[in-house]
Design a protein around this ligand. Structure first.
Ligand SMILES: O=c1[nH]c(=O)c2[nH]c(=O)[nH]c2[nH]1
Length: 306
């Protein structure tokens, strides 16, 4: 075994307050609004002394980051999570001296109004499914070196189609037992992240539009494989939204196997399935424009949640 003798040095480092659960109620009128968030802050910069000497002189405590996150929910509001995240990231870079870049990751849990007498109730909601809206914002540098990246997204969007999906003609080897199929259930729990080319957009309209575009392709494409479905979903989004530079998709193939009822002399024409929750094929693809602007550190994750 090679014995290494090189000097030991500090590598890349960053720090912040992860997973602040911020619930913001807007109660200016009797009809309240709710935003339910999980917010993480992450700062990069010259924090070498803290690691090398235990010197905290340049370290803004993670507790202060947390207090800022909560206070900004009132001071700046969270009308759009993208703008709230940008305000936080810009503040840390512009107002906290050693910070060279800041990343704000936000998950948003969606609530739906309870219907009473045919109308959405003013101050009572139920949580909407598993779906989570996400944003990851990175602000780096100042002046003419300033860079800002906004990555919108969603995760845990569970979607299933009961036909219109095939998988055949695949490579085989001595271990291949899978039968080709021209009619199967296709289901996944989608994670998608799309990178904007600018820090301003019609955030909610774009989110709804991208979500609808991906679901329309999932539903209508006669799929030869989940890989093809992901690419076509991504392509449709880029075709429709010229201000999206790239989109990354991750989809577990939630397998549904037709249950063997022949043992009981009962036909099963893709009517009864066993839903296998694991193992799952995990298919991941990115779709991008050849002229996409540089992503810099936009995709470097922090908590892994976004
Ligand atoms: O859409 C699919 N892609 C695969 O790569 C694959 N592999 C597999 O066993 N089933 C499937 N389905």
């Amino acid at each position: 075994m090679t014995e290494l003798t090189g000097k030991i040095v500090l590598g890349p480092h960053r720090y912040g307050k992860a997973e602040n659960r911020v619930v913001r109620i807007v109660r200016d009128t009797a009809r309240h609004e709710i935003r339910d968030l999980n917010v993480s802050s992450c700062l990069r910069g010259d924090f070498d002394a803290a690691h090398l000497e235990g010197d905290q002189a340049t370290v803004l405590p993670t507790d202060s980051q947390k207090q800022t996150i909560f206070s900004y929910a009132k001071e700046k509001g969270v009308t759009f999570i993208e703008d709230y995240g940008l305000a936080l990231a810009r503040h840390f870079v512009d107002d906290v001296d050693p910070v060279e870049s800041a990343r704000i990751e936000i998950e948003e849990y969606v609530w739906e109004r309870v219907v009473v007498d045919g109308a959405g109730h003013d101050h009572t909601w139920t949580r909407k499914g598993s779906e989570v809206r996400t944003v990851a914002i990175t602000v780096q540098g100042s002046g003419s070196d300033r860079k800002e990246w906004v990555i919108g997204g969603l995760k845990d969007l569970v979607v299933l189609k009961s036909t219109g999906s095939e998988f055949s003609g695949f490579l085989t080897d001595p271990y291949t037992v899978l039968e080709p199929t021209h009619d199967r259930v296709m289901a996944t729990s989608l994670v998608a992240q799309w990178r904007f080319t600018a820090s301003d957009a019609d955030w909610d309209v774009t989110y709804d539009g991208i979500r609808a575009t991906m679901l329309e392709v999932f539903a209508t494409l006669q799929s030869k494989a989940l890989q093809q479905t992901l690419f076509e979903m991504g392509r449709a989004v880029l075709e429709k939204y010229p201000f999206i530079a790239e989109i990354r998709l991750s989809a577990p193939n939630k397998h549904h196997f037709a249950y063997d009822l022949a043992r009981f002399g009962v036909d099963n024409d893709n009517e009864v399935f066993h839903a296998d929750d694991r193992p799952y094929g995990l298919i991941q693809a990115s779709v991008l424009r050849e002229d996409a602007p540089d992503a810099g550190i936009a995709w470097e994750p922090y908590t892994g949640a976004v």
